[in-house]
Design a protein around this ligand. Structure first.
Ligand code: AMP
Length: 590
């Protein structure tokens, strides 16, 4: 016998009063048996012995300070000039913001709003707020003032930090938002806008504040960020991120096949921080130590090209509309993109023309991404698998135009209306439902009630198929909204106003494909019996009631608007009927 072959002898040595051992299985000659020792460990689940390292976002900025302190952050300021700073500067100035907020009496859980482009000051406000346990609430400046005021009131924000360009919006809402006690304009004294309001400039606000502050003294499930989405029906709803969900989302995004940036990258998030955390880049870039380039208020082709070229950007991300503007500029001026390696495009479907232009004319890899505010937002990304890449170019293009694959940390499946799981065959479309540590389980103040099914899945409102390689493809949208240039247009608001016209019996707004804006609204009208109205009359009627960019591109008349089983307008049927309808604005855009 060798090694531990003392089993039989030890059995003999057991104390006489020990409970009789269960009958041993016959042992083949020469085979060692286990050593039965009285165990001090009770049977049952056992805790691991690893440290409790709270998943709070102050860890991200601490890490950046310790490990990438001198890595550069470049901002095209809203005032104009390009300024340079570092992650160490970001760390110290964020701490000053924290102390300024604490001096105002801000407590954990208070909501601090920003109405701001991507700039260093915005990121300082972001970390300065979150790291003391207050909630950073990004406001979308593309909404019209009444909606912004509604959202501020719903969130009960106490502070609004805003860019100088948004002074007119602030003037329009200032008397309608009683919870706001502090207005801080993100600039210095020299650029303070003309106003009679009691406004402090950001530089005055943090001047002389100590950098000494306690960060992260709260549990990891503390609320961290708030972002309202209009991507569902009814009023906008607040998605309330936690520290834990943001840290886990950062790790999800840092996977090689996800956003996958590293310390050698120079990253330009054109996607705004008010679009679901700039797709996580405001966290993942400092976490890995990428050089960060922030575009401020300028997102036109020439301005973006300048930053890409001058700052040697290797990775960038934005909605398709931004890339159309860039490509137009590149083509017009006969420019190249020799340093850019990868561009993540999401928020709406990537048009084939953009995909081919980047990959075939500029040698830049396109990663098509899908996500939602409710998912922090990453849901799927078009990293290629080996077996797809082995196929011919046209097949690869077809895969790249799909919405991509779920990274680790996102569970995704498709089901039918009865909740039955659908096959991953690349054909059968159904409701896309998702689950994960960075997916919402409810909206702020319980708006909309329970949003999860009995297995904890969230219905995205998108209709999609999944294939055998895990690629997801959106085929339709069950939710009643139109996405134009990356921003939501509420079909319900358009319809509600349209049915106010005396000749209109029923109205439905649907999104139709558009080469520049991805989707533009078509208004479909059912007239009252015997009534008459032209498309122009109806559009004139809407004029002044809805934001200009929400104005439908065309009006179509039908005998009867189809209704579904529950009496709701059947948008899927209308989209099928009007799928070949060509909007008159398309020619102008081509
Ligand atoms: P938001 O919450 O504003 O980010 O909008 C999320 C919604 O935008 C998704 O549920 C989709 O309907 C749409 N969306 C986002 N990315 C894509 C994409 N790559 N292709 C098609 N639709 C998309």
């Amino acid at each position: 016998m060798f090694g531990f072959g003392k089993g039989k002898d030890e059995k003999k040595a057991e104390p006489a009063k020990a409970a009789p051992a269960p009958a041993a299985a016959p042992v083949a000659p020469g085979v060692a048996t286990a050593v039965p020792v009285a165990s001090a460990i009770p049977r049952g689940p056992m805790n691991g012995l690893m440290q409790d390292w709270k998943l709070t976002v102050d860890k991200v900025i601490d890490h950046a300070f310790q490990n990438h302190g001198q890595r550069e952050i470049v901002t095209r300021t809203v005032e104009g000039p390009i300024v340079r700073s570092t992650y160490a500067d970001l760390y110290y100035r964020s701490r000053q913001v924290s102390n300024a907020l604490l001096a105002d009496g801000v407590q954990k859980g208070d909501r601090i709003a920003t109405l701001a482009w991507n700039t260093t000051r915005h990121i300082e406000t972001w970390y300065g707020t979150m790291c003391i346990g207050a909630v950073l609430h990004t406001l979308n400046p593309r909404l019209f003032p009444e909606q912004i005021a509604w959202i501020i009131n719903h969130a009960e924000d106490t502070h609004v930090f805003y860019d100088i360009t948004f002074q007119p919006i602030i003037e329009a809402i200032k008397d309608k938002v009683p919870s706001v006690k502090h207005w801080v304009v993100l600039t210095d004294a020299a650029h303070k806008p003309q106003t009679t309001m009691n406004v402090r400039t950001y530089e005055e606000y943090i001047a002389g504040k100590s950098t000494d502050v306690v960060w992260g003294d709260f549990p990891e499930d503390t609320a961290c960020g708030l972002c309202y989405t209009s991507g569902t029906t009814g009023d906008p709803k607040g998605v309330l991120y936690s520290h834990r969900s943001n840290v886990l989302h950062t790790l999800i995004g840092m996977q090689h096949d996800a956003i996958g940036i590293g310390a050698k990258d120079t990253v330009l998030p054109v996607v705004p921080m008010f679009h679901a955390n700039a797709w996580g880049i405001a966290f993942s870039a400092p976490a890995v130590g990428s050089k960060l380039v922030l575009p401020g208020a300028k997102m036109d082709g020439e301005s973006i090209y300048q930053l890409l070229n001058d700052e040697k950007v290797t990775f960038t991300a934005a909605v398709p509309t931004v890339w159309l503007m860039l490509l137009q500029h590149l083509e017009g001026a006969n420019l190249k993109l020799p340093l850019l390696k990868r561009v993540v495009i999401g928020g709406s479907a990537v048009p084939e023309r953009i995909l081919r232009a980047f990959e075939e004319n500029y040698d830049v890899e396109v990663v098509h991404a899908w996500g939602m505010t409710e998912m922090s937002p990453l849901g799927s990304l078009g990293a290629m698998t080996e077996n797809v890449m082995a196929q011919d170019r046209e097949t690869v293009v077809r895969y790249k135009l799909k919405q991509g694959r779920a990274p680790f940390g996102v569970e995704m499946k498709t089901i039918n209306d009865e909740g039955t799981l659908l096959p991953r065959d690349g054909k059968t479309a159904g409701r896309l439902v998702v689950r994960g540590p960075a997916v919402a389980k409810g909206y702020f103040k319980n708006a909309g009630g329970n949003i999860l099914d009995d297995q904890g899945f969230f219905d995205t409102g998108d209709v999609a198929n999944l294939d055998e390689h895990g690629y997801m493809q959106i085929t339709d949208r069950a939710k009643d909204v139109i996405k134009s240039g990356g921003e939501w247009i509420s079909s319900i608001d358009i319809e509600n106003f349209a049915v106010g016209h005396p000749a209109v019996a029923n109205a439905a707004a649907i999104g139709l494909p558009h080469p520049k804006w991805d989707e533009r609204p078509l208004l479909i009208i059912e007239l009252k019996p015997g009534a008459a109205a032209t498309g122009d009359e109806i559009l004139n009627f809407l004029n002044g009631k809805i934001a200009k960019w929400w104005m439908p591109d065309d009006v179509a008349f039908v005998e009867k608007i189809p209704l579904g089983a529950t009496g709701k307008i059947n948008k899927l049927a209308l989209r099928a009927t009007f799928k070949d309808h060509k909007l008159p604005t398309i020619q102008a855009a081509e």
